[in-house]
Each structure stands twice: as structure tokens, then as C-alpha cells.
Design a protein around this ligand. Structure first.
Ligand code: HEM
Ligand code: HEM
Length: 180
């Protein structure tokens, strides 16, 4: 079957994308491996890594979004129907929203526990809620729930990418892969 030629994502866009994927894999592993968090838990060891890598993900996504707003993305594959294009666009913006909202919930939870959040102990970051705030605790419960919401949306996104590559056989996945 003939493949549709499309321009690829730029190197910075690809780097942002795959760096985010890598950090998410590390962050989920730490989130599930770190000790259960109780009232007297101290933010040390794996928990401390979770806070720093989480904050790094927030900063990376902010940087990625500012970069995206100032640099055009390649045109969508021509053979996609307007409806599929809309679904792809909505999924991407949902992913960006979750990539910000979900870690910020964890951050607010850390602040409500009185845990300082910093980038690896070098750059202190502001608290997102006051110590003992009920909202921070509620957002912590939502952080646990949204971990699964993000996984569900990513699963849909990955399934769509694989569908394009193996069933439709177009360039959708290739244009996000390293190289040309
Ligand atoms: C995208 C980035 C993040 C991912 C993928 C992630 C993932 C997770 C996961 C899988 C858990 C365990 C949930 C469970 O036990 O069911 C967790 C818990 C937690 N995360 Fe995150 N997290 C992220 C960002 C952050 C950030 C930025 C902070 C704070 C600065 C944070 C603070 C916490 C805290 C305090 C808990 C324990 C919540 C509790 O048990 O009450 N997370 N996270
Ligand atoms: C781990 C979580 C992932 C997240 C959070 C994520 C997020 C995103 C986002 C936000 C975009 C939109 C880029 C833009 O135009 O601004 C995107 C594009 C893309 N992602 Fe992912 N992605 C993830 C994993 C993957 C994986 C594992 C694959 C491959 C199997 C993949 C394949 C693609 C492709 C092919 C595009 C371009 C889609 C298009 O041009 O319409 N992503 N991703």
C-alpha cells in the first residue's frame, strides 16, 4: 500500500514528547514503589524523588507548551477524516491538561502535609496549599484516582498511534519517531 507523505515533528517537539514519556515511566514506578503515605510519613528517599521528578514534569510540560505555542506543528495526515482529526486534537489537549492538573494535585497534597517541594533540593518551589488544608488532602485522593485517568487516556492515544502504523499504514507514528 502507498504511504501518505507528511512532514515530521521537529527535533525539539520529539525530544519533549519522548522525554515526557520517559519521565512518566520513572515517576509511575516510583509512585507505586514508594512507601504508603500516612500522617507521620516523612518526605525522604523515594518520596523525595517523587516530589522532585513530579515538579520537573510540571516544568517540562510548561516549557513544552510555551514552545508549542510559538512553533507550528506539522499538518495532520491528509487522509484523516475531519471527525478523526478532531478526536486526535481533543485527545492531545486532554493529555496536556492532565499532564499539568494531575501532578499539581499531588503537589497541593504534599504542601498540605507541610512537605517542601523543590527541584532535587536545589531550587525551592512554592507551596500550592497551606499546611493542614482539607482541599490539599482531597486533591491527594484525586491524584491517586487521576493516575489511572491519565493511563486510560494514554492507552487510547497509544492504541491510535499503533492503529495508524499497523492497520492504516500511514506516517502518523513515524513523524513522531526519532530521525526523519
Ligand atoms: C506526572 C507526574 C506524577 C505521576 C505520574 C505521579 C504518580 C503517582 C502515583 C502512581 C502515586 C501512587 C498512588 C497510589 O498509591 O495509588 C502517587 C502518589 C503521590 N504523589 Fe504523585 N505523581 C506525579 C506527580 C506528583 C507531584 C508533582 C507531587 C508533589 C510535588 C506528587 C505527590 C504525591 C504524593 C504526596 C503521593 C501520595 C498521595 C497519598 O497517598 O495520599 N506527585 N503519585
Ligand atoms: C506516556 C505518555 C504519552 C503522552 C503523555 C503523550 C502525549 C502526546 C501529546 C500531548 C501529543 C501531541 C503533540 C502535539 O501536537 O502537540 C502527542 C503526539 C503523538 N504521540 Fe504521544 N504521548 C505519550 C506516549 C506515546 C507513545 C507510547 C506513542 C507511540 C506508540 C505516542 C505516539 C504519538 C504520536 C504518533 C503523536 C503524533 C500524533 C499526530 O501527529 O497526530 N505517544 N503525544
Amino acid at each position: 500500500m502507498q504511504t501518505i507523505k507528511t512532514s515530521t515533528y521537529s527535533t525539539p517537539a520529539k525530544t519533549f514528547h519522548w522525554l515526557t514519556v520517559l519521565l512518566l515511566v520513572i515517576q509511575y514506578s516510583i509512585g507505586w514503589l514508594m512507601p504508603d503515605v500516612h500522617r507521620d510519613t516523612q518526605p525522604i528517599g523515594l518520596i523525595s524523588w517523587h516530589l522532585s521528578i513530579g515538579a520537573l514534569i510540571v516544568l517540562l510540560v510548561l516549557l513544552r507548551l510555551s514552545w508549542r505555542w510559538t512553533h507550528p506543528t506539522p499538518p495532520e495526515p491528509q487522509m484523516l477524516s475531519p471527525r478523526l482529526k478532531r478526536i486526535a486534537r481533543v485527545t492531545h489537549w486532554l493529555l496536556y491538561f492532565l499532564l499539568l492538573a494531575f501532578p499539581l494535585m499531588g503537589w497541593a497534597n504534599a504542601s498540605s502535609r507541610g512537605w517542601p517541594v523543590s527541584l532535587f533540593g536545589v531550587l525551592p518551589l512554592p507551596p500550592l496549599s497551606s499546611k493542614g488544608a482539607q482541599l490539599g488532602h482531597t486533591l491527594g485522593d484525586m491524584h491517586q484516582l487521576f493516575a489511572w485517568v491519565l493511563i486510560a487516556v494514554v492507552a487510547l492515544h497509544v492504541a491510535a498511534a499503533l492503529y495508524h502504523h499497523f492497520i492504516v499504514k500511514d506516517d502518523t507514528l513515524r513523524r513522531m519517531l526519532p530521525g526523519n
